[in-house]
Design a protein around this ligand. Structure first.
Ligand code: PLP
Length: 507
């Protein structure tokens, strides 16, 4: 038994002005003292009466605190002897080192977790406003209607006996998604193939878990959506960057670089980040390679609802006779990213594997938004909202292109403005190298040399201008430029936003 300074009153700080009630303060004071090692296992604590007198408070809060500490096993009472710090508390628990004092090896995390690039809260990702990428026009969203639908489903708990708690999601929602995809995206699917997920990022994660093993090679686009690269690296796979030209992914280069890759992750309708649409011949080449190599194609159709100057491009999945394409879509762009709702269209023979993996992850997706969105789709609001946003974004895109021409002449090259919610501008190579064509472009020579889109984007974020640096999308030698969202900026504010952009570029 430890030498005890029985009954000595420990220092319990009491603040009568504090929001925390007195019994909570007494409880926390003892708990902290035990965890710090100031009170040892087996040591007697003062009687409730003595402590109350010492602290000049009533006995009730002390009794409450003691009964809580007894219930949690920090204290024990011995008949006729009083109350003690539990003798069974491990000595080292009280004296255990604080996490900051331990060696890094003692606090090792899995090698798998270390494969993920560090979480870097890039400043440009976190603001909402001018040029923010993937930011829908929330001021145009039918919030009243949406809250009515949410309220409708919050009031009653719907039990769906046939598909309750299904890892693929709510069947009426999956039916609505399948019907939308068949009509609007020429996806060949039935509701049994649809898995509801929390955004396309989770879809990419699940697809990777089901289809790839650590060590497997997978094609990604160069440039690419950076979180695809992070996900594959973090999963122990080898992402192989395949160049993208004006026809989309260069399949011949892929076959040269990694013929035996297990999968190709592509954005064929609207390449992220240059906006190219994959040509029909490349689509057939890609499908042919996947058939010959027994590889999977992951089609990330992240923003294809918005195409401005032609009909939407039908999905790659719809062209595939061999069920080798896994199709991914999201509601983040049409509704909003914070909703975290998306879907996977799974080849029929893989549905069970996907369900097994999903069940061990988060069991099944939350229902409320699925229910509300099912009604939103069935009642025609979804299609109406897309139509409205398509014409709104078309006007906003035109205003951005016009303002860019007015402000920069032909200095910046614009890519991928035919579709989606952002376009991309690149900076001339000659400018970056400091060999100016400033006189011709009307842009001053003063800012030449050392152009770095990441530095500029970080600086611009402090001015509440949200530019996404293009270089971040490259694995190899990067091009410099910016992704500029236009969906969130009204037309009449566009000229001023573009003037601020020029200022941010220090031109
Ligand atoms: C190409 C691409 N894929 C996937 C995602 C992930 O989107 P979410 O998880 O919000 O659906 C994004 C996000 O913007 C994207 O641009």
């Amino acid at each position: 038994m430890i030498d005890v300074s029985s009954g000595i009153v420990p220092v319990i700080p009491i603040d009568r002005e504090a929001a925390a009630p007195l019994h909570r303060q007494v409880y926390a004071g003892f708990r902290e003292a035990i965890l710090r090692g100031d009170l040892a296992a087996g040591q007697q604590v003062p009687s409730s009466r003595a402590l109350a007198a010492e602290l000049e408070i009533s006995r009730f809060p002390v009794l409450d605190a003691y009964s809580q500490l007894l219930a949690e096993g920090f204290f024990e009472s011995r008949v006729g002897a009083g109350t003690f710090v539990a003798a069974s508390l491990p000595h080292q628990a009280a004296h255990s080192k604080r996490t900051t004092e331990e060696s890094p090896s003692a606090r090792r995390t899995s090698r798998r977790s270390m494969l993920f690039p560090p979480y870097d809260p890039n400043p440009w990702r976190h603001g909402w406003g001018a040029f923010g990428v993937h930011q829908p026009a929330l001021d145009q969203f039918p919030f009243d209607l949406w809250s009515k639908l949410l309220a409708r489903h919050s009031r009653t708990l719907h039990i769906h006996p046939s598909n309750n708690l299904h890892p693929l999601g709510l069947m009426p929602f999956r039916e609505a998604i399948a019907s939308y995809l068949r009509t609007a995206r020429a996806v060949r699917c039935d509701p049994q193939q649809i898995m509801v997920v929390s955004g396309s990022q989770q879809a990419l994660d699940i697809v990777t878990r089901v289809l790839l093993d650590p060590g497997d090679a997978a094609w990604i686009e160069e440039p690419c959506y950076p979180l695809v690269r992070s996900l594959l690296t973090g999963s122990g796979c080898h992402p192989i960057s395949i160049p993208v030209d004006e026809d989309g992914l260069d399949v011949a280069a892929g076959v040269r670089l990694a013929p035996a890759a297990r999968a190709a992750f592509v954005t064929p309708s609207h390449h992220y980040a240059l906006g190219v649409t994959m040509s029909a011949s490349r689509r057939f080449q890609l499908l042919e390679w996947s058939r010959q190599a027994s590889a999977w194609i992951v089609e990330d159709d992240y923003d294809s609802e918005y195409r401005f100057d032609s009909m939407p491009i039908p999905s790659l999945q719809g062209l595939d006779p061999c069920d080798r394409v896994i199709y991914i879509g999201t509601f983040s762009k049409v509704l909003r990213p914070s909703l975290r709702l998306g879907y996977i269209v799974i080849p029929p023979d893989l549905v069970d594997r996907f369900a097994a993996v999903r069940f061990a992850m988060d069991i099944f997706p939350s229902y409320l938004f699925q229910e509300a969105l099912t009604d939103f789709m069935h009642e025609g609001h979804f299609a109406r909202h897309i139509r409205r946003m398509r014409s709104l974004y078309k006007a906003r895109r035109a205003a951005l292109v016009e303002s860019l021409h007015a402000e920069f002449g032909d200095f910046l090259t614009i890519h991928g403005s035919e579709a989606g919610m952002h376009l991309t501008v690149t900076i001339p190579e000659s400018f970056r190298a400091g060999i100016g064509n400033g006189a011709r472009s009307g842009v001053s020579d003063s800012a030449r040399g050392g152009f770095n889109d990441v530095d500029i984007a970080s600086r611009a974020a402090r001015e509440k201008l949200w530019l996404w640096p293009l270089s971040q999308c490259y694995t190899g030698k990067p091009r410099q430029g910016f992704l500029l969202g236009f969906s969130n900026t009204p037309e009449d504010q566009m000229p001023q936003a573009v003037r601020r952009l020029r200022h941010a570029l220090q031109l």
